[in-house]
Design a binder for this molecule. Structure first.
Ligand code: FAD
Length: 1023
């Protein structure tokens, strides 16, 4: 039954109640308390952070890193490094304290002790205890104040199955301990009873993703099965014990799957009548009102009520940054007022439907709580169906005031050790010190009318507008208000030039959206119906029959033929060369805007065929779905980026002076042979080919033999986009025969190659030989791989480092040129790191690339598999096998292998393996780490996990790699944002997707004209 009440009734009552609550939270503190607080460093730190955005960022970064620091000198050194950053304006007291000469000195030790103690005090404000004994004390204290609780176990990010199991086990044990303790608690009617029934004295709050280490919306079914099996155990045990369970809500990416899993579980016969379970809704999400409406409809069907905890949401900054980085629509509102208004809308919706959904209003905002009370009182809502919630340490006075008004108040109590609790602490600190936070504004004693005014929603957040719009436009609004606080850079692209500045990357598919998953499944079905077709070379605009054909097979199951591919003969290669020569004069004269238009059209076609192209890649080269999708994005970006880049370069530049004009312009080189690899069968083939084409060159594409079907799809797209005949030709053929013939051909001007070092060096040498009749020197662009290292130092966030190494080393089975194959770990954390890396890797699913649960698919073919096996044998003789995972027998699979205690000079630490094999090396300090990292023939990608600013600085200067990644994985470079390519034996040429790339396909010319005739020339400004 939905009751309709005049909105004004609520508003008048809201104001009245809010004023009372606010007055109660602002009661004067005793002189003694004020004095004591002024002396406390934890309060001072918070106050300074609020007054100085630069200090806020650096201080929170320091706090994040603090638990990893093992000694006082380390703490002192980091304090100095973080807080003496030029962005920080230090208050005098802190400046004085940090002015020590050496971290080992006495003043250094004093500073370390003072700040570490203050941070610990801060943590204790928000964390209800470090162990069960302490937390029980907290609970008893709360109960004395007539407040009940929900308990949350703080933990490291769950990245291994062992950790997921331990999370469940710890909750089972915790519930038993709490219930046992509860037997001794004196009953308190206000919180243990309602008009109609008893309320569980014990409640725990859990996070769904922590029940399965590979929780992934893309693998909805697999995640559901794994999570549900553990949650059933939890819910059964909770029922036996009489404890209630509440499910927290985490990041947006998990929201739909979380709701779907819980709805399915709670409909099962065994759990259908449970009313002591709760779900969380975050009002900062644009979807949230609809989610609540769906929940109401669903719970009506279920027939038994549940609790909804309504909160605003704890990940606003993270969601905003992610949306900006991924070019996805922003799931959260841009303006704080929109969140507040939505909170009120949902409060009303919940309370008006109190028979179906019990409300738990989680907020420290006096107005938000008062508004809920106003409705509850107006509608006379029974006590069982309505409670107020606050976080431990965040709203103590508000909680007391609410208790005094006779409401059931529940305090959310996180408990656990400080180290794993840091992420939680940082979230609270961010929230407390944000400009927009009610708590902060209240502390600043803003006028009551301002604090309690009804939220007014700005235009950017009205309706669904923002969510639907592309991030580029609507994201900016949100950034305006928050950027200073977040420290999100404004997109300053330095000296990159206009076209790069305005370049906007395509967006990957967001598989958190269930419709996208369905779309992807349909694409697979459609592609499967086309398997086994024949693909012929395209020569001079015609698909030509060939004598030789090969099967391209699915590496996940070699019995499945993806397509039959016609391979050209040397004679056909020559025909293609002649066709290219004939087409060149027209193509070079074609205006750049027209050439660019072909690329833009190709990008559009790829966007339309995105899911289909990704499916072909999954099946032909065994790349997992998400990574295949990102590759389509990269191919699209290459088309659009090079189109813009060529338009920029086409302007050339003029240098005119009196009597003389100088024109600097580019012309194409001629005929380009592109030899592309199988590991990025679409993106690299597209990138190299379209760069050549847009620069006015005629191009022959010879793809790797194992990825010819995808190259044929690219060909279809370029033809449909309008590429003229002879300008682009698709010439699959044997590398040793046709490839070599083309490389040595006297009419070829440039060879763009990506592949192994061995082949790259041969091409370089062959291309250098002047052939009879050849009137130019050939240019070679060769990208040839790496032996990429990731350094993990003692200050690193291990949660992040382990995940980053796993992704970098085992994503696409280690077959990316950027993949990590060496991890260099500092002595103090070596053993802990290896142990976690092994467990996290053991938790990966190995299987067919098509399966959404797969993290590690096959390697490309039998040759690759055998070669990798040889390296594994070599590794066994050189080092210790820390993990060797089994792999399926059909298909070309290799289970991930981790070698530990590897010497820097071992074969497996020096040679490129191109498989899921990683060597972990132990070093004594950071200087040695850099030396070991640089000690190979390659310089492609590298990475560092560190929270020590000076280490980050040294890596930036000394780590010899073309692409250095700090505190993130080292694969997945994005066009324009992270131009890609290396030096030393990793390759020759400028970075793909960067501002210099096209220059390689062009010849610059300067034309100087003397425009003076008989001493006369127009002079600007002179009549
Ligand atoms: C009992 C309890 C349980 C909780 N459980 C969860 C949970 O499971 N999941 C979860 O995510 N959070 C949870 N929270 C945390 C909660 O989300 C934050 O504490 C809450 O958002 C703070 O809001 P407020 O009403 O107290 O303060 P206010 O100061 O009124 O609101 C702050 C909130 O507004 C939002 N906001 C800030 N800036 C903007 C902006 N520019 N545009 C739009 N919105 C903005 C953010 O959500 C921010 O946290 C829980 C809180 C409580 C009390």
């Amino acid at each position: 039954m939905v009751l309709q009440v005049e909105k004004r009734t609520y508003e008048a009552k809201t104001q009245e109640i809010a004023k009372q609550l606010l007055a109660a939270t602002r009661e004067n503190r005793s002189f003694f308390t004020q004095m004591r607080d002024q002396m406390r460093w934890d309060d001072k730190l918070l106050a300074w952070a609020m007054g100085n955005p630069g200090l806020r960022v650096q201080l929170f970064r320091f706090i994040d890193c603090l638990p990893a620091l093992r000694s006082k000198p380390e703490i002192a050194a980091h304090l100095q490094e973080y807080l003496t950053d030029e962005s920080v304006e230090l208050p005098a007291a802190l400046k004085g304290m940090l002015n020590f000469a050496s971290p080992d000195s006495m003043p250094g030790q004093v500073a370390a002790t003072t700040v570490a103690t203050a941070v610990e005090a801060l943590a204790h404000k928000y964390i209800a205890g470090e162990n069960v004994k302490q937390v029980l004390k907290t609970i008893e204290r709360l109960r004395k104040d007539k407040m009940t609780f929900t308990l949350d176990l703080l933990g490291e990010a769950v990245i291994t199955e062992a950790e997921a199991q331990s999370y469940l086990d710890r909750y089972l044990e915790l519930m038993a301990q709490l219930v046992e303790a509860a037997k001794t608690w004196t009953p308190i009617a206000a919180i243990d009873k309602t008009e109609t029934e008893d309320v569980s004295r014990v409640q725990v709050s859990v996070k769904l993703t922590a029940f399965y280490s590979q929780f992934d919306p893309l693998d909805a079914q697999g995640s559901e099965e794994r999570v549900s099996s553990r949650i059933r155990i939890l819910l059964r045990r909770a029922q036996e014990l009489g404890a209630a369970v509440h499910f927290d809500m985490e990041q947006y990416a998990y929201k739909d799957l979380t709701l779907s899993i819980l709805k399915q579980l709670l409909m099962e016969d065994e759990f259908r009548d449970r009313t002591d379970v709760g779900i969380t809704i975050q009002a900062y999400l644009r979807d949230s009102e609809q989610d609540v409406r769906d929940l109401i409809a669903w719970v009506k069907q279920r027939g038994y009520p549940l609790t909804v905890r309504l909160v605003k949401g704890a990940y606003w900054d993270q969601e905003t940054i992610k949306a900006v980085q991924k070019d996805w629509p922003q799931p959260v509102f841009n303006d704080k007022a929109a969140t507040d208004a939505n909170f009120e809308t949902i409060t009303e919706l919940l309370l008006e439907n109190h028979e179906y959904l019990y409300s738990a209003i989680g907020s420290h905002n006096v107005r938000s709580q008062a508004h809920a009370i106003a409705i509850a009182e107006t509608l006379n809502i029974p006590h069982r169906r309505f409670e107020m919630q606050v976080l431990y340490g965040m709203g103590d006075k508000l909680a007391k005031a609410l208790v005094e008004k006779g409401y059931r108040v529940r305090v959310y109590c996180p408990y656990g050790e400080l180290l794993p609790g840091m992420a939680y602490l940082i979230r609270r600190l961010l929230e407390n010190t944000a400009n927009s936070s009610f708590l902060r504004q209240s502390l600043e004693e803003r006028p009551v009318e301002e604090l309690l005014a009804p939220p007014v929603v700005g235009e950017g957040d009205l309706g669904e507008q923002g969510k639907q719009g592309k991030q580029g436009e609507q994201g900016k609004q949100g950034e305006q208000g928050k950027q200073g606080e977040l420290g999100v850079p404004s997109g300053d692209k330095g000296a990159q030039g206009e076209s790069s500045l305005s370049f906007s990357n395509a967006a990957d598919t967001d598989y958190a959206d269930m419709d996208e998953i369905k779309h992807s499944q349909q694409a697979f079905q459609s592609v499967r119906q086309q398997l086994g077709k024949t693909y012929l070379p395209l020569i001079n605009g015609e698909y030509q029959a060939t004598q030789e054909k090969i099967d391209s097979v699915n590496p996940s199951d070699e019995s499945e033929v993806i397509g039959r591919v016609g391979l050209i003969s040397v004679e056909q290669a020559e025909q293609a060369m002649q066709a290219a020569k004939a087409a060149f004069p027209n193509w070079r004269r074609t205006p750049v805007t027209e050439r660019a238009q072909v690329l833009r059209k190709a990008a559009e076609l790829m966007e339309q065929r995105r899911a289909e192209l990704a499916s072909w890649m999954v099946l032909e080269v065994g790349k997992a779905v998400r990574e295949a999708d990102s590759e389509v994005t990269e191919a699209i970006d290459f088309c659009r980026y090079y189109a813009s880049e060529m338009e920029r370069l086409d302007q050339g530049y003029n240098y005119d002076l009196a009597g003389e004009t100088n024109r600097y312009r580019y012309q194409p080189r001629g005929i380009v042979v592109v030899i592309s690899p199988w590991n990025f069968p679409l993106a690299i083939a597209t990138g190299m080919a379209v760069a050549a084409l847009v620069s006015g060159n005629c191009t022959l594409l010879k793809p790797a033999e194992t990825s010819c079907v995808i190259a044929a799809k690219l060909t279809e797209i370029l033809v449909e986009a309008g590429i003229p005949k002879g300008v682009f030709q698709y010439v699959p053929g044997r590398g040793s025969k046709v490839g070599a013939y083309l490389v040595k051909h006297p009419d070829v001007h440039l060879i763009a190659f990506t592949g192994s070092q061995e082949v790259g060096c041969r091409i370089y040498a062959d291309a250098a030989i002047l052939q009879p009749g050849q009137k130019h020197l050939k240019r070679v662009i060769a990208e040839m791989g790496g032996k990429n290292a990731l350094i993990v130092d003692e200050s690193a966030d291990l949660d992040q480092a382990v995940v980053g190494v796993v992704q970098s080393a085992f994503g696409y089975s280690g077959q990316k040129c950027s993949a990590c194959s060496r991890v260099i770990v500092l002595e103090p954390i070596y053993d802990a790191f290896v142990q976690r890396l092994v467990e996290a890797t053991r938790s990966l699913n190995i299987g067919a690339a098509e399966s959404p649960s797969t993290q590690v698919g096959p390697v490309i073919d039998a040759n690759a598999r055998d070669r990798i096996r040889e390296y594994i044998e070599k590794g066994r003789s050189e080092s210790t096998v820390a993990l060797e995972m089994p792999a399926p027998n059909t298909g070309y699979f290799i289970g991930p292998v981790i070698f530990s205690e590897v010497s820097p000079t071992a074969t497996i630490a020096q040679e490129e393996i191109f498989g899921p094999v990683v060597a972990v090396l132990r070093v004594k300090d950071f200087t040695e780490a850099i030396a070991v990292a640089n000690n190979t023939n390659y310089a492609l990608t590298g990475g560092l996990y560190s929270r020590t600013p000076s280490h980050i600085q040294v890596a930036q200067e000394q780590f010899e790699v073309g692409n250095l990644y700090i505190n993130r994985n080292i694969t997945g470079a994005i066009v324009s944002r992270q131009p890609f390519g290396g030096f030393k034996l990793s390759g020759v040429g400028s970075k793909a997707g960067g501002p210099d790339y096209l220059l390689q396909f062009l010849e610059p010319r300067t034309v100087t004209e003397n425009i003076q005739r008989q001493g006369f020339a127009p002079i600007e400004g002179v009549d």
